[in-house]
Write a protein that binds this ligand. Structure first.
Ligand code: PGA
Length: 251
């Protein structure tokens, strides 16, 4: 069976410590043993402190590791508390989440995100590029305008987009338990994909949905035509729930 939903990205946010590594055992076993899981791309994005231990733990598996952000500077430099794409790549980490609304809310602009994406690509990281409208923008019917502007500005001057996956995460649905109406999500993801193919000249764009994905609503979300997977926050920290979500996309 082929699952069109191939990407399951676990965003652990500011959670996790060394003991959390034990919880990966179940997912490693599931990925190895379940024939439907073999071709999936399961990507863990733990906090920086756990990237190296995750890489070690996952090294003989097909599960990948990603960071949750990076600096836009490509060389070593003074910004205290920052980590750049080169340093992330040196750990053999393969992905990085950029443009997350929790960083945008702290002042990350489209321009900064664009510079980060360029730096990540130059360092051979694959990018999970987050876009999403706020509740206010949605109420004012600015969803489409907001998303297309975030995409155009975030991807400015980037020609080769094959290593950039888009994650559509409505800001109001993150951590809130609320998801968009399925027909709205059908419509929005169709608009995003068309824009990526027609205007941004993407060859085979990949679009994920993120925002309160859980083991209950995945039964609805899995039917969205244009989705290639999910970016999962809270629900990915519990291996049983994470596996349950993935399994529910199999039928
Ligand atoms: P959530 O987070 O699944 O907890 O809503 C998603 C995200 O922030 O990527």
């Amino acid at each position: 069976m082929t699952n069109k939903l191939r990407y399951f990205v676990a965003n652990w946010k500011m959670f996790g410590h060394l003991n959390s590594l034990n919880s990966l055992n179940k997912v490693i076993k599931f990925k190895k043993k379940n024939k439907n899981a073999k071709n999936l791309k399961i990507i863990y994005c733990p906090p920086f402190t756990l990237i190296h231990p995750f890489i070690q733990k996952l090294k003989n598996t097909t599960i990948k590791t990603g960071a949750q952000n990076c600096s836009f500077g490509s060389n070593y430099g003074p910004p205290t508390g920052s980590i750049n794409a080169m340093m992330i790549k040196s750990l053999k980490c393969e992905y990085v989440i950029l443009g997350h609304s929790e960083k945008r809310a702290k002042g990350e602009t489209d321009n900064i995100i664009n510079r980060k994406i360029i730096s990540a690509l130059q360092n051979n990281l694959k990018v999970i590029f987050c876009i999403g409208e706020t509740f206010g923008q949605r109420k004012k019917k600015l969803t489409k305008k907001t998303l297309l502007s975030q995409i155009s500005k975030g991807l400015k001057k980037i020609k080769n987009k094959k290593n950039i996956i888009i994650a559509y995460e409505p800001v109001w649905s993150i951590g809130s338990g609320m998801i968009p109406k399925i027909e709205d999500l059908e419509n929005t993801t169709r608009i995003i994909k068309l824009f990526l193919s027609n205007k941004m000249k993407y060859k085979n764009p990949k679009v994920l949905y993120g925002g309160s994905v859980n083991q209950k609503n995945v039964n609805l979300l899995k039917n969205i035509t244009n989705l290639d997977g999910f970016l999962i926050g809270g629900a990915s920290q519990n291996s049983n729930i994470f596996i349950d979500i993935i399994k529910k996309t199999f039928n």
